[in-house]
Design a protein around this ligand. Structure first.
Ligand SMILES: *Cc1c(COP(=O)(O)O)cnc(C)c1O
Length: 361
């Protein structure tokens, strides 16, 4: 579809002169770096090889090259941020006029879309998922109005764990004249092909991925937005100049060499997910196990708030989602190590709902 991204961008950003940082004006080899007011002597307590005294690459080219190889996406289709949370915020900042425009989100889903929108004074129009956590096209369509700029789809969805039907997402890519964001934070745990494959076909597609989950780098803060250069041009204009630290860029580059171990962690996590599901099937407090394509499982328990507290008392911490609409009675359980998962299952099998106890007393 022939969408002109410029017609979607907030008008005042079209001619914005971005901040020109020292390192964006000159990069490459130099004999003397006297342009950025850094401390040329180094960092106290660190050798010169391990010092932090120079500003990092504002566009993270070396890291993007590696990500480009791994994901098979051209480098000009990659934006890196301080977690994918930064990309979510920037998309709203670039495309939604405060007090005027809105986004559509499909609850129950990831909370950041709504929080980022609210911070930017952008309204959220909710198009509830169906009872089995799928997209209802008519509901989404009726949530869209002439000021809707972005639809956020999360697949596999957090906190429900399931993939959304790809043809429903494609339907909106074809028929909605704003941005379609597909948040694939958990895509590594699915057998499904990613929407990255569709980037060439849809200039209005943004695929979010993160290195916080399968890649085990949550503390480094690194997320990616993959999209057409016509979208990324504006994210790059609006982002903070040095949004990904040197420590993150260098460390991530090293971590991304370890594809084998990444794959074996994923295999282990899926294995443990299946083991947990088998264990839960025989627990009396379990009402429903929602099918998961992620590294967590949403489980409906007979007495979720009480069970949650019971687990906290034993220092086993899960996420209580029982007050979220369509997740009533639900606890979201991240797949842990074998030892952690065993601890959890042992703890839950010790638990007997209070109501039942009084009956038996
Ligand atoms: C964890 C998560 C993210 C990623 O967050 P980072 O900021 O990259 O750590 C994004 N979307 C969803 C749905 C998530 O669950």
């Amino acid at each position: 579809m022939g969408i002109d991204i410029k017609t979607l961008v907030r008008p005042h950003l079209l001619n914005l002169q971005p901040y020109a940082s020292a390192r964006s004006e000159f990069s490459g080899e130099a004999q003397a770096w006297l342009d950025a007011n850094e401390n040329a002597y180094g960092t106290p307590g660190r050798s010169i090889e391990t010092a932090f005294h120079r500003y990092p690459d504002p566009y993270q080219i070396a890291l993007k090259q590696r990500i480009s190889e791994i994901k098979n996406v051209p480098i000009d289709h990659i934006f890196l941020g301080n977690g994918s949370d930064e990309a979510i915020d920037l998309l709203i900042k670039v495309f939604c006029r405060p007090g005027v425009d809105n986004i559509v989100s499909l609850p129950p889903t990831f909370g950041m879309y709504e929080v980022a929108a609210s911070i930017n004074d952008v309204k959220v129009r909710s198009a509830s998922l169906t009872a089995d956590y799928q997209i209802d096209r008519a509901t989404v369509e009726s949530s869209i109005d002439e000021n809707t700029k972005i639809i956020f789809f999360c697949s596999p969805n957090n906190p429900t764990g399931n993939l959304l039907a790809a043809d429903d997402i494609l339907y909106f890519l074809e028929n909605f004249s704003g941005l379609v964001v597909v948040d694939e934070a958990y895509v590594d745990f699915t057998g499904q092909t990613s929407f990255l494959k569709k980037l060439a076909d849809y200039p209005n597609l943004v695929v979010l991925q993160t290195f916080s989950k399968a890649w085990g780098m949550a503390a480094l803060r690194l997320g990616a937005a993959f999209a057409s250069p016509s979208i990324l041009e504006f994210l790059n204009k609006v982002k903070m100049p040095y949004n990904v630290s040197m420590l993150t860029q260098q460390t991530a580059l090293k971590v991304l060499q370890n594809i084998r171990q990444y794959q074996s962690y994923i295999a282990a996590i899926k294995n443990q997910r299946d083991w947990l599901v088998t264990q839960f099937q025989s627990l009396e407090t379990v009402e429903k196990i929602h099918p998961s394509d992620a590294n967590f499982v949403l489980i409906k328990f007979i007495n979720a708030p009480e069970l949650y507290q019971f687990l906290v008392d034993q220092r086993v911490i899960v996420r209580n989602r029982s007050s979220v609409r369509l997740c009533e009675g639900g606890l979201r359980i991240t797949v842990g190590t074998e030892r952690e998962n065993q601890l959890l299952v042992d703890a839950i099998s010790q638990y007997h709902p209070k109501a039942e106890k009084t009956l038996n007393a």
